[in-house]
Design a binder for this molecule. Structure first.
Ligand code: SAM
Length: 361
């Protein structure tokens, strides 16, 4: 094992679960210390992935000897569904399944079926698209509403270098088609833009999907986790992306679909569709962040850049009734003060943050 391998179990730090006295636990999460409501939940269903994207799960860290979580440590589908209902009772409207690569989790369709039974939930999933050709129809049939597919370049060499798994562009494109045919359109396509790695791919990507009905979202390269060697110099600001695309294919801004939408929307002036930019680094959107994250093993995090979480699995497996779990979530949310992206500095970028593959991207 190399020096760079730091097992999740060594990094994971827990915060004490909140306690309450005779006044009882609050029934609703309400708002946090910055007035933000709890509206969406990301659930990481596995910490494993078949890609080794250099900016997310670099191969020299996540190699063959990497100690991924054991099956017994993962939340079961029943545990995830139970927590989802508790979160729904707190007012969340959307759940995104992610990871790791969520389609690697065996029988993921079964989990989707279970979550789809909770009324009023928008169910989405983020995938690298590698098994979508096989799974798109089953995902839709199980009750998935929408899907986001990650694709960092249409250039074969660039894509294979970035995914570091020698995975071809054509199979991801076929996966996007399969998702659309299955009724999961419009597909959102996430492209992380990293200086010197794939900025040449911005225009080809915009051209390819213009007029397709799908929406490309260009994401600023972020300092998630602690293994990707992030440097500010590697970030391509969203303003540069919009300028690059807009010079060839004129764009105009569009209002957000809903309060708290992370992507800023831009539409082609000729009416042939839209793109989005996600500017977590240059234009932090902490003030409108309504998102909680449930890790693969049931730790609750209130920020993507967190260094510690709350062990909900201990409550589930320790016999706590739903009311107690709901109370703990409410207290945790009400005490939330995270605004990492607003206060990011060179020093905070080096903090022992939880890896994205575990906390859920
Ligand atoms: N395996 C799935 C996938 O590839 O979409 C889901 C998990 S992945 C962690 C979720 C998203 O996070 C992907 O779109 C990925 O490109 C993005 N991501 C990972 N590391 C990132 C980073 N350092 N900065 C910005 N986005 C990142």
């Amino acid at each position: 094992m190399t020096d760079r391998i730091i097992p999740i179990s060594d990094w994971r730090r827990t915060r004490p679960l909140p306690q309450w006295g005779e006044s009882g636990a609050p029934a609703r999460a309400g708002t946090d210390t910055l007035g933000r409501a709890l509206r969406d939940l990301r659930v990481s269903v596995t910490d494993r992935c078949n890609f080794r994207c250099t900016y997310c799960m670099p191969r020299d860290v996540f190699g063959p000897e990497y100690p991924f979580l054991a099956k017994s440590e993962l939340l079961t589908f029943e545990e995830i569904a139970r927590l989802a209902q508790v979160f729904r009772n707190h007012g969340i409207e959307k759940i995104r399944l992610t990871g790791g690569e969520p389609l690697l989790r065996k029988n993921i369709e079964r989990l989707i079926e279970m979550l789809a039974q909770i009324p009023g939930l928008d169910l989405t999933l983020t995938t690298n698209g590698s098994s979508l050709v096989k799974k798109a129809r089953a995902l839709k049939a199980a009750g998935l509403n929408r899907i986001t597919v990650s694709l960092d370049s249409l250039d074969e060499r660039t894509f294979r270098t970035m995914n570091d798994a020698d995975f071809p562009v054509s199979e991801v494109l076929a996966g996007i088609d399969a998702a659309a045919e299955a009724g999961l359109a419009p597909v959102k396509i996430n492209m992380v833009v990293k200086r010197g790695a794939n900025e040449d791919s911005i225009l080809p990507m915009a051209r390819h999907f213009k007029g397709s009905g799908h929406i490309v979202r260009f994401i600023e390269y972020m300092d998630v986790g602690a293994t990707n060697g992030w440097r500010m110099d590697d970030v391509v600001p969203s303003a540069e992306v919009v300028r690059t695309v807009g010079e060839e294919m004129p764009l105009e801004p569009v209002d957000a679909n809903y309060a708290g939408e992370v992507a800023q929307r831009w539409r082609y002036k000729d009416g042939s569709g839209e793109i989005g930019v996600i500017s977590s680094v240059t234009q932090a959107f902490c003030r409108s962040c309504t998102r909680a994250r449930l890790s693969t093993e049931g730790m609750l995090y209130t920020c993507l850049f967190a260094t510690a979480g709350y062990d909900l699995r201990a409550m589930l497996r320790g016999g706590s009734p739903d009311g107690e779990i709901a109370g703990a979530i409410a207290r945790i949310w009400q005490a939330r003060a995270d605004r990492y992206s607003e206060i990011r500095t060179a020093e905070t970028a080096g903090a022992r943050k939880i890896e994205m593959s575990y906390i859920g991207g």
